[in-house]
Design a protein around this ligand. Structure first.
Ligand SMILES: NC(=O)c1ccc[n+]([C@@H]2O[C@H](COP(=O)([O-])OP(=O)(O)OC[C@H]3O[C@@H](n4cnc5c(N)ncnc54)[C@H](O)[C@@H]3O)[C@@H](O)[C@H]2O)c1
Length: 320
């Protein structure tokens, strides 16, 4: 019998979109969704789901054995903004989590592991425009510290033990289905709900804060394309820069106003501004393009149109 796919953190923003996509491609029963919180109902009903805490080594091993797991998408993590309010928790979940997952993957001879990194690996000393693939990694957030360590650990397991660990540095991810889980780019999702419901939003970042972003369909495509890429072509493993679009809150507001002309945005920057100011504005992702053919499908205009269309329909149906 062929081996199953395990997704950790499957109830989160990316997991709740990636899990159905994996089930559509590899078969519903082949993808085991896990998290410490309930997943959306469709996800729970469409295939296997288990409660799994990634800091519990025995529990991870038991799920891997029970389901004969051959591939892991390790998404469970504490994100940047929550990580700054609870740095000890971010360390425990992010670093203990990835270490335990990699160790058990090594022991059980799992074939491939996906480990998402982030633009949070960069810091104030990193060049902020067209940030190179190989550059200074001195983040000033606990989240960034854990992501740099996770990238390095994944590369170590590849070189030392031959475990095929792959990962990308996701930019801020925007999705129409699930609200984000406490990151610094969350405004770029919340703004759509408020624009549709109240025609007004108060943004926690300054209007000129340009950050790299990506629409969820591109995030899923990048993840699956990298995991299916020919290993022989990959010169990097856990740390691919990835870009789709970069914009500021003001750019996003102007694009939304093309559809909702009376939409108004106010700006009240909070502690998240400092995190955003330490991150790149634009990313050089040539390595991903050259080594596994990465190419995004959505720019700012296409993303805004699709978000407003999808959320607008839910609003009209009384579901928002
Ligand atoms: N969303 C983004 O913009 C973004 C950007 C860069 C990187 N990433 C990375 O992608 C991955 C997924 O992010 P997301 O946006 O879906 O995050 P999210 O916060 O929406 O989801 C994370 C999930 O992990 C779960 N979790 C927390 N602690 C856990 C534990 N101890 N055991 C098991 N599960 C636990 C949470 O319940 C949650 O459902 C993370 O590794 C994150 O660092 C996300």
């Amino acid at each position: 019998m062929s081996k199953r796919i395990l997704v950790t953190g499957a109830s989160g923003q990316i997991g709740s979109a990636l899990t159905p996509a994996l089930r559509a491609r590899y078969g519903a029963d082949m993808v085991v969704a896990t998290d410490i919180v309930e997943p959306p109902e469709e996800l729970r009903n469409a295939g296997p789901f288990e409660f799994l805490d990634v800091t519990q080594r025995g529990a991870i091993a038991a799920v891997i054995d029970r389901y004969n797991v051959g591939t892991i998408y390790h998404l469970a993590a504490i994100l940047s903004a929550v990580g700054e309010t609870k740095p000890q928790l971010a360390w425990t979940v992010n670093l203990n989590g990835v270490y335990k997952v990699l160790e058990i993957a090594r022991e059980r001879r799992v074939e491939r592991v996906f480990y998402p990194s982030s633009i949070a690996v960069f810091g104030p000393e990193t060049p902020r425009d067209n940030t190179p693939q190989d550059t200074v990694l001195r983040p000033t957030t606990m989240y960034g510290v854990t992501k740099v360590a996770g990238e390095l650990l994944g590369n170590y397991y590849f070189r030392r033990f031959g475990l095929d660990v792959r990962g990308v540095r996701y930019p801020g991810i925007i999705s129409s289905e699930t609200l984000p889980g406490g990151g610094t780019t969350d405004y770029a999702v919340e703004i759509f709900y408020e624009a549709i419901k109240h025609h007004h939003y108060t943004c926690f970042l300054r209007e000129d804060t340009v950050l790299p972003m990506m629409y969820m369909p591109d995030c899923i495509k990048a993840t699956m394309d990298l995991m299916e890429a020919d290993l022989a072509r990959l010169k990097h493993h856990t740390d691919y820069n990835l870009a789709a679009m970069s914009f500021s809150p003001a750019d996003l507001v102007a694009e939304i106003q093309k559809h909702i002309p009376d939409f108004v945005c106010e700006y009240r920057p909070d502690y998240r501004q400092e995190i955003a100011d330490s991150w790149p504005r634009t990313i050089d992702d040539r390595a991903a393009r050259e080594e596994w053919g990465w190419e995004p499908q959505y720019d700012l205009a296409a993303m805004v149109e699709d978000m407003l269309d999808k959320l607008g329909r839910r609003y009209e149906a009384g579901l928002l």
